[in-house]
Design a protein around this ligand. Structure first.
Ligand SMILES: Nc1ncnc2c1ncn2[C@@H]1O[C@H](COP(=O)(O)OP(=O)(O)OP(=O)(O)O)[C@@H](O)[C@H]1O
Ligand SMILES: O=C(O)c1ccc[n+]([C@@H]2O[C@H](COP(=O)([O-])O)[C@@H](O)[C@H]2O)c1
Length: 205
C-alpha cells in the first residue's frame, strides 16, 4: 500500500472488536443496515466496517463502479460506529482470506470478526482458503430469508460443528479463540441487491 493511502484507513484501536461486512453492495440496501445494527449489539462489536468489494471472485459479471457503490452506501449507512470503506481495493485484495491477513497486519491487537448473511455460509466452502478463515477468524452469521437448512447443514457448518457458539452466547464471539462461529436467528429483512437491480432501480452506468 502507498504511504499516502494510510491516512484513509478506518480507525480502530488495540483491544477493540471490529466486525467486517464484506459485500458487493451493488447497491447497498436496508438489509445491510439491518444486519449491521443487529451485529453491533448481538456480537458486542465496537465497530463495523463495510468492505465494499472490488468484485466478488465467484461472480462472473463485475459490479457497478466502486465510487458509485461507496457513495450510495455512505448515504445509506449513517452510524457513529460504522464505516463504509474501499479497503480491499486499497490493499489490492479481493479474496477474503488475503484481505483478513492484510488487515490483521495493519491493525495489531484488534480482533476482527467476519460477518455474513446465512446465504453466504451455505457457499462458504467454495471460498479460497475457507478453512484457514475459520481457523483464524471468528465468524458471525445472521439469518436471511431462504432455506435455513442450507446454511445450518452446509459443508462449513458441519466441518466446524464443534466450534459453533450458541446464539444466546453471541456476545462472546469476538472474545474467544478461533475457530468459533455463531448463527443468530433474528428478525429478517428480505431486501436484496439482485431484487433492486431486477426492478431497474440501480442501472450499471
Ligand atoms: N437481507 C439480508 N439479510 C441478511 N444478510 C444479508 C441481507 N442482504 C445482504 N446480506 C449479507 O450482506 C453481505 C453482502 O451482501 P451483498 O452485497 O452481496 O448483497 P446481496 O443483497 O446479497 O446482493 P446480491 O443479491 O447481488 O447477491 C452478504 O454476507 C449477505 O449475505
Ligand atoms: O474469498 C473468496 O473466495 C470469496 C468468494 C465469494 C465471496 N467472497 C466475499 O464475500 C463477501 C460477499 O460477497 P457478495 O458478492 O455476495 O456481496 C464479499 O466480501 C466477497 O469478497 C469471498
Amino acid at each position: 500500500m502507498e504511504n499516502g493511502m494510510r491516512h484513509h484507513l478506518p480507525y480502530a484501536r488495540a483491544g477493540q472488536v471490529v466486525g467486517l461486512l464484506g459485500g458487493s453492495f451493488d447497491p447497498s440496501h436496508e438489509g445491510h443496515v439491518h444486519i449491521t445494527e443487529i451485529a453491533l449489539k448481538r456480537f458486542a462489536l465496537d465497530r463495523v466496517w463495510w468492505l465494499v468489494s472490488p468484485g466478488n471472485p465467484l461472480k462472473a459479471e463485475g459490479p457497478a463502479p466502486m465510487a458509485r457503490r461507496l457513495d450510495h452506501a455512505r448515504r445509506l449507512m449513517v452510524h457513529p460506529r460504522v464505516e463504509v470503506t474501499d479497503l480491499e481495493a486499497r490493499i489490492g485484495t479481493r479474496y477474503t482470506a488475503a484481505t483478513l491477513s492484510a488487515i490483521r497486519d495493519l491493525y495489531p491487537g484488534v480482533t476482527f470478526v467476519w460477518l455474513m448473511g446465512a446465504d453466504n455460509l451455505a457457499q462458504f466452502h467454495l471460498w479460497q482458503g475457507w478453512r484457514g478463515i475459520m481457523m483464524t477468524t471468528p465468524v458471525g452469521v445472521i439469518a436471511r430469508p431462504g432455506p435455513r437448512g442450507a446454511a445450518i447443514h452446509s459443508v462449513a457448518a458441519r466441518t466446524f460443528s464443534a466450534a459453533r457458539l450458541p446464539g444466546r452466547a453471541s456476545r462472546l464471539l469476538g472474545r474467544l479463540d478461533p475457530p468459533c462461529w455463531c448463527y443468530i436467528d433474528v428478525p429478517m429483512s428480505d431486501a436484496s441487491s439482485t431484487a433492486i437491480r431486477a426492478r431497474g432501480d440501480w442501472s450499471r452506468v
